[in-house]
Design a protein around this ligand. Structure first.
Ligand SMILES: C[S@@+](CC[C@H](N)C(=O)[O-])C[C@H]1O[C@@H](n2cnc3c(N)ncnc32)[C@H](O)[C@@H]1O
Length: 276
């Protein structure tokens, strides 16, 4: 059973309306607050503050399978582009070897163990084989330096819950176990370096961060909004009602201090010059 189809007929269960966009915007701020950066310090960049104006020497190209949540084009600068890309499909030639840094975030509900390698290989193929020295804006091709960086940021939420739940389990466990059946298996979330290495990338950083207690509330609320959006798409009325009643109990529990000690995972890989 598929519990939802996004408007372009690809399964995406979290929705793309203004609430979904606001949830992602909060997520962006929470990730920044939790990690303290958007791009990992192991990536050599001249200007690390990507939330401000991009330096004119830099280009930022954003991709998503859907353009429904992009802001109007006139609101972002000339050195920014946002376009559509299905990362599971063969990569367009013009994107191959083009980027110094490729960053993917939050594919928990999208990628499965048997599709993870396709995604990593496609992202790797987008990386430049040359080391572009961003400080001096010079391409270094001395045969020594490796190429571009791939950064993947993920939330390890699912491994904190069992594979299946019973009606005596707490509401969050029941909701999460109900939803996970639509995207399992997701063991890849705890094995990202393995997929990077299989793709030929050298892993230069692998860190995990548990959110500070002060951020537990907004993280929980962000999650509750996402689960509500998913629950609204359950076609069977009885099942949907069951889900929504449990969701109300989960929200009450969260307001009283329920939380899970999950981690943000960040993995950075680097392309080798001699990789084929
Ligand atoms: C949880 S959101 C994360 C969005 C964004 N990366 C962020 O961190 O805020 C997952 C995104 O993946 C997109 N997506 C789903 N399937 C995709 C595919 N096959 N190729 C590219 N993007 C996809 C969805 O449209 C959605 O915007």
């Amino acid at each position: 059973m598929s519990i939802c189809k996004a408007s372009r007929d690809e399964p995406y269960m979290l929705g793309r309306d203004y609430q979904a966009s606001a949830r992602l915007a909060t997520l962006q701020l929470l990730i920044h607050a939790t990690l303290g950066y958007l791009i990992h310090p192991s990536v050599s960049l001249p200007d690390r503050e990507l939330t401000k104006e991009l330096p004119t020497s830099a280009r930022l190209d954003g991709f998503d399978i859907s353009d429904e949540q992009y802001p109007p084009e006139s609101w972002y600068g000339e050195n920014v582009s946002l376009s559509k890309l299905d990362i599971f499909k063969p990569l367009p030639e013009e994107l191959k070897g083009r980027y110094d840094v490729v960053h993917l975030r939050y594919f928990m509900t999208i990628v499965r163990d048997d599709t993870m390698q396709v995604v990593v290989d496609n992202l790797n193929a987008m990386l430049s084989k040359l080391h572009y020295h961003l400080q001096s804006s010079k391409v270094i091709d001395d045969g020594e330096e490796p190429g571009g960086y791939l950064q993947w940021v993920e939330r390890d939420w699912l491994s904190k819950f069992p594979q299946s739940a019973s009606s005596t389990d707490d509401p969050h466990t029941q909701l999460t176990c109900y939803l996970r059946r639509f995207w399992s298996p997701t063991n890849w979330i705890n094995e990202i370096p393995k997929y990077f290495q299989k793709s030929g990338l050298s892993v230069v950083a692998y860190d995990t961060h548990t959110p500070l207690p002060i951020y537990r509330k907004p993280w929980n609320e962000d999650n509750l909004i996402g689960w509500w959006a998913a629950g609204e798409r359950i076609p069977d009325e009885k099942e949907r009602k069951w889900f929504q009643e449990l969701h109300a109990k989960a929200a009450t529990n969260a307001a009283k201090g329920w939380y899970v000690d999950w981690e943000l995972i960040i993995c950075v890989g680097r392309k080798g010059l001699h990789e084929t």
